[in-house]
Write a protein that binds this ligand. Structure first.
Ligand code: OGA
Ligand code: FE
Length: 286
């Protein structure tokens, strides 16, 4: 039987979580230096119930649950064309990020194309010599420390200027081809994650290292996803906010193998953009 595009009964799927550890976790995204292991922590799959976010009863908000879906067709013709992405897509997503967050200024600083590889989504979607695959390990792309480093880098400043009243980092995620059936992105309601379930971790790339959060499982985490996201839709989700709780700060996320994906579903191809937004203190600007 074909699964309907949306469904009221939750879907059960596996997501990979960090197991509690006393060491600071790290992961290499390239062959580690002599003698070092790829990673120093243990992980386990947990079965989670995924709600259909298209049927959410309460309105979704970037500042409450931490994520929203927008109908936002793009003028980009070829997402493989880096120049076109920077020229056409960056301004489009920046405008959307500002409209959704209500911030005054923004900076698109990163993008990543992914193509799902065969099998279940791997940790962070590492694939040597290819576009990364889907990332099946629960994480949040920034911590307060790495978010502040990013802010200072974008502003070319040593300290946070007094004119910055608030700043946030959001990701904007879309399919670049077919509706996503095989490896959708699941997002966790920011309100259901406790601070002690988020563990700062190092992630080493050939050219730099970053600090992200990995997450420890808790059954209260409320997961959902948007079935069959099309190329005309954007999922925007919060990765950091300098505003205190209850404003959503982190939205842990991970790809999952959809248990009802039709056999032969084309591999998911997606683009994700990271965008820093700044709310200015109007009084200090004068
Ligand atoms: C992201 C992310 C994983 C995926 O967009 O930040 O982690 O599989 N994506 O698309
Ligand atoms: Fe991510």
């Amino acid at each position: 039987m074909e699964q309907p595009a949306t469904s009221a009964s939750p879907l059960l799927a596996q997501l990979e979580y960090l197991l509690p550890t006393t060491q600071r976790p790290y992961n290499y995204m390239y062959p580690p230096p002599r003698g070092a292991a790829w990673q120093n922590a243990s992980y386990a799959h947990a079965t989670v119930a995924l709600a259909d976010a298209r049927l959410a009863r309460e309105p979704l908000s970037i500042d409450r649950q931490g994520f929203e879906l927008h109908h936002a067709p793009s003028q980009v013709r070829d997402f493989q064309d880096r120049e076109e992405i920077v020229r056409v897509y960056y301004p489009e997503v920046l405008a959307l990020a500002l409209a959704v967050t209500g911030a005054d200024r923004g900076y698109v600083f990163d993008h990543l194309l992914r193509q799902r590889e065969p099998g279940v989504p791997q940790a962070f979607g590492r694939r040597d010599g290819h576009r990364p695959g889907a990332a099946g390990r629960v994480h949040n792309d920034f911590t307060p420390a790495s978010a502040q480093r990013r802010l200072l880098a974008e502003l070319g400043a040593q300290r946070v200027p007094p004119t910055v009243r608030r700043y946030a980092i959001v990701n904007l995620w879309r399919s670049i081809r077919h509706p996503v059936l095989d490896a959708p992105l699941a997002v966790c309601d920011a309100r259901t994650v406790a601070p002690n379930e988020l563990v700062p971790s190092d992630i080493h790339y050939p050219e730099r290292s970053g600090e992200i959060y990995q997450a420890i499982h808790h059954p209260r985490h409320a997961w959902s996803y948007f079935p069959a996201m099309t190329r005309d839709e954007v999922l925007i989700f919060k990765q950091f906010d300098s505003a205190p709780a209850p404003v959503a700060g982190c939205t842990p996320h991970a790809a999952f193998a959809h248990p009802h994906a039709p056999a032969g579903a084309p591999p998911r191809e997606s683009i994700e953009i990271r965008c820093l937004v700044v709310y200015e203190d109007q009084e200090k600007l004068i």
